[in-house]
Design a protein around this ligand. Structure first.
Ligand code: PHE
Length: 350
């Protein structure tokens, strides 16, 4: 009966499933080959029915139906079995293997600006200072006028200052330094005072390796009976030694800020050559680190503190610059770009 097409078909089908079906692709191919509506071998069998002499059609049709049923049944079982196996492997994938070692969570770190700011805060907190803050959106009065900037002073120039609005009373601007908080604190609390103000400041600068339109300062202000230049010098010397290490020396050079008299630029021993002279300090052995001075009597008067009774000192330094020096990296932009490879180096710092 080898020439019987129904037997041949069944034989070939049984042989195929005997070989087994392990993937969905194999299953779909098998199913398509025998039962496919267009070119399947079973539909083809029924097409052949019409070509037979009428007398043979009945018997052929009955056997073809039986073969079709057997094939459909077997395909259904194979399909169900495949479903079960697929479901089981999905479960296995979703199951938790408690014997696997844990995955260590990635820990964040402090931004270098925060590391340096906290370090500076710690030093001054230990010296009995408190921490104050004030608005970044300031007005001309606090940022300039009350700090004794003459109306035509170049620092007020729109070249440096980011003006926000010009209402009638006092132009609104982004503070160019943390010094306006001196005024706010003295007006609020009077004397005596001993505080620092860490915060963000803004200037109309183009971004390059050493400039950014946004940077950070720490202001210091002490007002009390009998505060002198010697107190300023001692405080700054102690602070810079605590921040940059023992043996860091301090030098004052007279300069001008409208809100202090006298005013000084503070330099310290070059941290790169320890004072011997190198390209970083242009051979001088010193690098400038902050501005400072004795609070101008006119500033005290303006906030109703009697300069005959009280004196004070103030200082201001850039946090970003300290970070640059302390960690010795070459470009300020690294602080603002958020590159994880850079920031990860500070993850251990506290
Ligand atoms: N506010 C000054 C600046 O931004 C720094 C300074 C603060 C100088 C306090 C003297 C006293 O340049």
């Amino acid at each position: 009966m080898a020439s019987d097409p129904i037997q041949a078909l069944l034989g070939s089908f049984r042989e195929e499933i005997g070989r087994g079906v392990s993937t969905r692709g194999e299953f779909e191919r098998l199913k398509g080959r025998f039962l496919g509506r267009e070119k399947g071998l079973v539909p083809e069998l029924f097409a052949r029915l019409k070509t037979l002499p009428p007398g043979e059609r009945g018997a052929f049709g009955a056997r073809a139906n039986a073969a079709k049923t057997e094939i459909e049944e077997a395909v259904r079982r194979l399909g169900a079995e495949l479903e079960r196996r697929e479901a089981a492997s999905r479960d296995r994938a979703a199951a938790v293997d408690v014997t696997l070692p844990g995955r260590r969570p990635r820990r964040g770190g402090l931004h270098p600006i925060t590391v340096v700011r906290r370090r500076i805060e710690d030093i001054f907190l230990r010296m009995g200072y408190s921490i104050a803050d004030g608005p970044e959106l300031e007005n001309d009065f606090h940022n300039f006028e009350a700090l004794n900037f003459p109306p035509e002073h170049p620092a007020r120039d729109a070249q440096d200052t980011l003006l926000v609005d010009r209402p009638a009373a006092s132009p609104l601007l982004l503070r160019t330094h943390t010094s306006p908080v001196q005024i706010r604190e003295m007006r609020k609390h009077g004397a005596p005072l001993r505080l620092i103000v860490p915060g963000r400041v803004y200037r109309k600068d183009e971004v390059d390796a050493t400039h950014s339109p946004v940077f950070h300062q720490v202001e210091g202000l002490v007002v009390d009976h009998g505060i002198s230049m010697a107190d300023l010098k001692g405080t700054i010397a102690a602070f810079l030694e605590a921040l940059f290490g023992k043996g860091t020396k301090t030098r004052f050079i007279p300069t001008f800020f409208p809100f202090v008299e006298p005013g000084v630029d503070v330099s310290m021993t070059c941290i790169f050559c320890r004072g011997d002279g190198c390209p970083k300090c242009k051979g001088s052995g010193w690098i400038e680190i902050m501005g400072a001075g004795m609070v101008h009597p006119r500033v005290l008067q303006g906030v109703a503190i009697d300069p005959e009774e009280y004196t004070g000192f103030a200082f201001g330094l850039g946090i970003d610059r300290v970070a640059l020096l302390k960690y010795g990296f070459p470009d300020l932009r690294l602080l603002f770009e958020g590159d994880e490879r850079f920031l990860a180096q500070f993850a251990g710092e506290a």
